[in-house]
Design a protein around this ligand. Structure first.
Ligand SMILES: C[S@@+](CC[C@H](N)C(=O)[O-])C[C@H]1O[C@@H](n2cnc3c(N)ncnc32)[C@H](O)[C@@H]1O
Length: 221
């Protein structure tokens, strides 16, 4: 049976992470507009904040997550959404949220302009290869947002905050996070997957004093 690691923390997720992730989400929306991406898949969408920001910019977004607790928080926001829209507007102004494992997505090949994986891979070390392969199956472009700096940069004050958050997320979560950072964090991962999947880097943006990174990768033609 699926063990929902976010069962007890879903309610507090936004409180602990929103400030850290504001700039990151702004950058993602900016990139989607810059490349005119119109149909987005947000893998591991969590409480849906990025998806809501994208639909606000009229970018159609489906969020997928395995945690029912996180999806429940996302769904609550739909219920609180704007009023005064007509039927078509209300269909267009909401993200769709689906419960699914991101390593086995229920979509056909090339269904999306962009597949986003934001702050998921550092906690799913063992599934990174499968998740990336699935993202590249459904889209030619992928956007990865995750921790940027390797372990030795602990002198950056923000980094202590990140360690605190990752630690309270649980023992397994923290173990995976430390392993991800030891392998070079997001930058290490990018180097490995660019070679393996023949990808080129279209965007590489550093956020929060270099603690977070947003990278857009594209399959080589
Ligand atoms: C740290 S949260 C990130 C949420 C959101 N993407 C953000 O940027 O705030 C990681 C999310 O990935 C989800 N997740 C982890 N492994 C998953 C899997 N195999 N299938 C679906 N969702 C997964 C978790 O349930 C959780 O909601």
């Amino acid at each position: 049976m699926y063990n929902d690691a976010y069962k007890n923390i879903a309610k507090y997720y936004d409180f602990f992470t929103n400030r850290l992730l504001t700039e990151l989400r702004k950058q993602v929306v900016y990139i989607c507009n810059k490349y005119s991406f119109q149909q987005i898949l947000d893998l591991g969408c969590g409480t849906g904040n990025l998806a809501f920001q994208l639909v606000e910019d009229k970018i159609k977004t489906i969020g997928v997550d395995a945690s029912l607790a996180m999806l429940k928080e996302a769904q609550k926001k739909i219920l609180k959404n704007k009023t005064g829209l007509n039927f078509q507007e209300s269909l267009n102004n909401k993200p769709i949220f689906l419960g699914s494992d991101i390593t086995k997505l229920p979509f056909k090949d090339n269904s999306f302009d962009l597949a986003i994986i934001s702050l998921v891979l550092h906690e799913t070390e063992a599934d990174i290869a499968k998740t990336i392969a699935e993202a590249l199956r459904v889209s030619d472009y992928i956007l990865l947002a995750d921790y940027h700096l390797p372990e030795r940069n602990l002198e950056v004050p923000f980094f202590y905050f990140v360690h605190f958050i990752e630690r309270i997320a649980g023992k397994t979560h923290y173990f995976n996070f430390k392993r991800f950072m030891k392998k070079g964090g997001l930058q290490g991962l990018i180097q490995r997957i660019c070679i393996k999947h023949n990808l080129i880097i279209c965007e590489d943006i550093s956020i929060c004093y270099g603690v977070l990174g947003v990278v857009v990768l594209k399959k080589k033609a």
